[in-house]
Design a binder for this molecule. Structure first.
Ligand SMILES: *[C@@H]1O[C@H](CO)[C@@H](O)[C@H](O)[C@H]1NC(C)=O
Ligand SMILES: *[C@@H]1O[C@H](CO)[C@@H](O)[C@H](O)[C@H]1NC(C)=O
Length: 565
């Protein structure tokens, strides 16, 4: 090679070099039930969340960042698939909108293509640590049809179902939904027994058949009682991949174990030379609020504050190790929460700032507007804020695009490419409209006209709030009346949805029809998938009960040998 050619080669190398940087690693932090007003960089100056805040100062804060649903299961399904839950069968038509029992057959259909399946196409190593809550089994015990490893993840460790107050706290689902439930259950039994007695008197029916009849009638009620009294036995397990390694979950120290597994995963991926997708799906700050000893008694916000501080610490541990591995520059870090704080749990349920409502409240902003922080030092500026509407479903497009994989062409993806907005090349949200569901019912829509700076929100149905409050009895119902006059809010100046625009005003008359029309077009465009939320699928199946060390219900107890203490 002569000198001229060498120079050319060198020049080409220099020009090419930026194009051959290693693929970007992706870390996604998902908090559970964490509210918009719970962290420092969203204006809460009395909590300590320095590590979470550091993502904002090293990157971009999204102030109008919206979940597709106000409860865990549907919101997480949309996050993983980039699709509204009505399209995937994860929008419930019944009162129960989340998977309530680990042994039910409800779950995210494996025909859906998750973002983990997307990155897999690009040779990523994918790990999920923490909560899943999108099903386990579909047709029989051990088929794991809904398990994370069937949805694109190479490694899973965590409490596969969910964290719940029933695992040790005072706030229990059954007492939340039905205060004094034991008494009520017994009254139902007694009233029906007496009614039966009057209807079919002994002389009419015969004493023995009558007693047998009453006994048979007692079975469903006894079953309900037994199910709720054994909630932990039925629903509390940690899986490592397909292995049940811990039953019941030891929540104290769980964050440390998740961090440990996450760090192991980063190490393994880095050693293997593969890019990675790491999803840390924390159990905080959902009730039951238990932390390791180290965090007890540290916060003026009680157990909630302690869980929040442990969450922040956990995030910090992962961020620190990313720096130590020297991959900080080319790692995209995203922090969010699955939906708003649970107001009905009071001080144990989190804080949504000035937003109205919370978890389960359908389309209220406190239900769906959540923290959204992103940093990617090689690509994104530091310390920027965007007030444009963005969606948790956009994560799908972002992850796909960062991995260099095109979107599936055979289905509708509701997420949009927000990179141009984040990079600053465009200034307006890629979403003209976002649709806000409660279960499978459309409750509201958000409109961001291309011009100006305003975002509008039109509410056609509201939650069934206890009059004079913005809370329901534990959770809200979706099937509420359609408002005779829909309420229009200027979200830009009224984020708390306190003052609907006057329905005689010019703005109302101009904006409302545009949003109503878009809602109609959206509804017609949806081919609803067969719902996973049928009563049959939701019901617990006691013959599918995972059990560690014996045969259900005996000896279902074990501790992970990797973490004996
Ligand atoms: C900060 O968050 C805590 C914990 O949720 C909450 O109780 C408190 O009201 C918030 N304070 C402010 C000033 O936002
Ligand atoms: C990391 O690799 C080790 C050794 O192959 C393996 O035992 C461990 O399960 C891996 N951990 C994770 C979280 O990937």
């Amino acid at each position: 090679m002569d000198l001229k050619h060498r120079k050319m080669t060198l020049l080409l190398l220099i020009v090419w070099f930026p194009c051959v940087v290693a693929k970007t690693n992706i870390i996604l932090f998902i908090a559970d039930d964490l509210g918009y007003g719970d962290i420092g960089c969203y204006g809460n100056h009395s909590v300590r969340t320095p590590n979470i805040d550091s993502i904002a100062s090293d990157g971009i804060k999204m102030t109008q960042h919206l979940a597709a649903a106000s409860l865990c299961t549907p919101s997480r399904s949309a996050l993983l698939t980039g699709r509204y839950p009505v399209r995937t069968g994860m929008a419930s038509p019944v009162m129960m909108r989340v998977i309530a029992w680990a042994s039910s057959s409800c779950g995210l259909p494996s025909s859906e293509i998750t973002f983990a399946e997307q990155t897999k196409k690009a040779g990523y190593m994918n790990g999920l640590f923490g909560k899943w809550h999108l099903g386990i089994h579909k047709q029989r015990l051990g088929d794991f049809e809904h398990h994370p490893l069937k949805q694109g993840f190479d490694y899973f460790y965590g409490p596969i179902y969910s964290n719940l107050g029933d695992f040790g706290g005072e706030s229990r689902i059954i007492t939340g939904l039905m205060p004094g439930w034991y008494g009520k259950l017994f009254s139902i039994w007694a009233v029906t027994a007496v009614a039966l007695l009057c209807l079919f008197r002994e002389d009419y029916f015969g004493a023995i058949p009558f007693i047998v009849f009453i006994l048979i009638w007692s079975v469903p009620l006894a079953l309900v009682y037994l199910l709720f009294e054994n909630f932990t036995l039925l629903n509390s397990f940690v899986y490592r991949n397909y292995d049940l390694v811990e039953q019941p979950v030891r929540f104290a120290g769980l964050s440390q174990r998740l961090v440990n597994e996450g760090l192991d995963f980063i190490q393994n991926a880095t050693n293997s030379g593969k890019p990675f997708l790491l999803v840390m799906s924390w159990v905080h700050t959902h009730t039951f609020l238990t932390t390791s000893k180290q965090f007890e008694g540290r916060s003026k916000f009680g157990r909630y504050g302690e869980a929040l501080e442990e969450l922040d610490w956990s995030v910090g541990q992962i961020l620190k190790s990313v720096k130590e591995f020297g991959i900080d520059d080319n790692t995209l870090v995203y922090f969010t929460s699955d939906h708003g704080g649970h107001l009905e749990e009071g001080t144990e349920g989190g804080f949504n700032g000035i937003l109205k409502g919370g978890k389960s409240h359908g389309a209220s902003d406190g239900a769906i507007r959540v923290p959204g922080l992103i940093k990617w030092p090689r690509v994104l500026e530091k310390g920027k804020v965007t007030d444009e509407p963005t969606s948790l479903m956009d994560i799908y497009n972002l992850v796909s695009s960062v991995a260099g994989v095109s979107l599936p062409a055979d289905r509708h993806i509701d997420g949009r490419d927000i990179l141009p907005l984040l990079k600053g090349g465009v200034l307006v949200s890629p979403h003209d409209f976002l649709f806000h569901y409660c279960g499978n019912i459309l409750h509201a829509a958000r409109y961001r006209p291309r011009d100006g700076i305003k975002t509008w929100k039109l509410v056609t149905r509201e939650p069934d709030y206890i009059p004079g409050t913005t809370v329901c009895q534990f959770t809200c119902n979706c099937n509420t009346d359609v408002l005779a006059t829909p309420k229009l809010y200027d979200i830009t100046v009224d984020p708390g949805e306190t003052t609907p625009i006057d329905s005689h005003s010019k703005n109302y008359k101009e904006i409302t029809p545009i949003i109503l029309k878009a809602m109609g077009i959206h509804k017609n465009s949806i081919e609803p998938a067969e719902t996973e939320f049928t009563l049959r699928k939701l019901a617990p199946n006691l013959t599918w009960q995972p059990c560690c060390n014996g045969t259900f219900p005996f000896n279902c107890y074990c501790t992970d040998p990797k973490y004996p203490e």
